[in-house]
Ligand binder design. Structure first.
Ligand SMILES: *Cc1c(COP(=O)(O)O)cnc(C)c1O
Length: 360
């Protein structure tokens, strides 16, 4: 088959098993006589699909009973507004800015309240995670916000910030399901699924019950209230039905593989292969500080823009695609999410060795 190794940051690779199963069920989902795309979201069959997806996600992430799981739309970016609209009481929040998505979230939150940047890594082009063990957390902060894995810069929080008792809100779009997490440490987590779970169009929100409130900021649209979505089990209106169905299949795929512990081992093995190569390479250099390196997005450069462009072009010619870094930082980025097989990373490293020998 003509599949390539797709290192795109998102939408990204999906497991072949999941795509094959979805293809098999495309015309007739399990005797229903129709595709899931054609199905009423109020039907018994679809109810089964969405409920099972939630159940599997709860099992995988060990989500405590006092947390709601919501499947919503609008992309992760919509949550940049939904979070302050739903969580602000004092209209004060503290943000840790470690990259573009954290910055966007911060800028959006400015519309709704007094927002303090309590830490940032802007001084070194977001190449590291600042020490967050003793930050000047505001007395009256409604929450502390992080972007846990910085998709563009290839960094990740290895320890969560000390929020001094305030609720932690995390954008986990590019690291959800990559390793086990302790959900109880967060007030709210959200993720656009197109990085590490499923097709674009679905956002997973996991939120502690007491943060699902009636008294949201004035003007909060009905659709953006977590309460609307929670009270209606994500079926207030038509949900992104097909996307949720694919997410459900990915949850099963991870469960069958052994869950998040196994996923983590696999991801560490893949990332190590690439980082170990980078650390001894005479041509390529990793751009993220070692202690903060992401398992999911690996950023690197040659130090020469023309050579970077040549690398991206020649890699594409051998079936290693979408290695160009984000337009704002240049260089290269290999996104190696759950669905990227070890062989894909091995092929990339082999190609990098060859390219190095030819271009040094
Ligand atoms: C991609 C990404 C976003 C933006 O997601 P959309 O669904 O396109 O809005 C936000 N945060 C992180 C960490 C991302 O990787």
């Amino acid at each position: 088959m003509g599949r390539i190794y797709n290192f795109s940051p998102g939408p990204a690779m999906l497991p072949v098993d999941v795509l094959t199963e979805a293809a098999d069920e495309m015309l007739d989902y399990r005797g229903s006589g129709m595709s899931v795309m054609e199905m009423s979201h109020r039907s018994k069959v679809y109810e089964g699909i969405i409920q099972e997806a939630e159940k599997d996600l709860r099992e995988l992430m060990n989500i405590p009973d006092n947390y709601k799981v919501l499947f919503v739309q609008g992309g992760a970016s919509q949550q940049f507004a939904a979070v302050p609209m739903n969580l602000m009481k004092n209209k004060v929040a503290d943000y840790i800015v470690t990259g573009q998505f954290a910055k966007k979230a911060y800028e959006e939150a400015l519309i709704y309240g007094k927002i303090n940047v309590v830490a940032s890594s802007k001084d070194k082009t977001f190449s590291y995670i600042p020490d967050c063990s003793d930050l000047p957390i505001s007395e009256d902060a409604d929450y502390v916000y992080i972007c846990e894995n910085n998709t563009i810069y290839g960094t990740k929080f290895k320890t969560l910030p000390n929020t001094k008792g305030k609720d932690l809100v995390a954008d986990v779009s590019s690291c959800i399901l990559s390793e086990p997490v302790d959900v109880s440490k967060y007030g709210l987590l959200f993720a656009g699924v197109q990085k590490n779970v499923g097709p674009a169009g679905v956002v997973i929100v996991i939120v502690r019950e007491d943060l699902v409130r009636e008294d949201t900021l004035p003007g909060t649209p009905t659709m953006l209230k977590y309460k609307t979505q929670a009270d209606n089990a994500s079926l207030y209106n038509t949900p992104p039905a097909y996307g949720i169905y694919i997410c459900g299949k990915v949850f099963k795929w991870i469960k069958n593989m052994g869950g998040l512990e196994v996923m983590k081992e696999k991801n560490e093995t893949k990332a190590k292969l690439l980082y170990d190569f980078l650390d001894q390479s005479k041509l390529f250099k990793g751009t993220a500080e070692k202690k903060d390196r992401s398992l999911m997005n690996v950023t690197f450069v040659t130090g020469n823009d023309e050579l970077d462009a040549k690398f991206v072009k020649e890699a594409k010619a051998v079936g290693l695609e979408n290695l160009k870094g984000h337009r704002t930082v240049g260089g290269m980025r290999a996104s190696i999410y759950n669905a990227m097989p070890y062989e894909g990373v091995k092929s990339l490293v082999d190609f990098m060795k060859k390219f190095e020998a030819e271009n040094l």
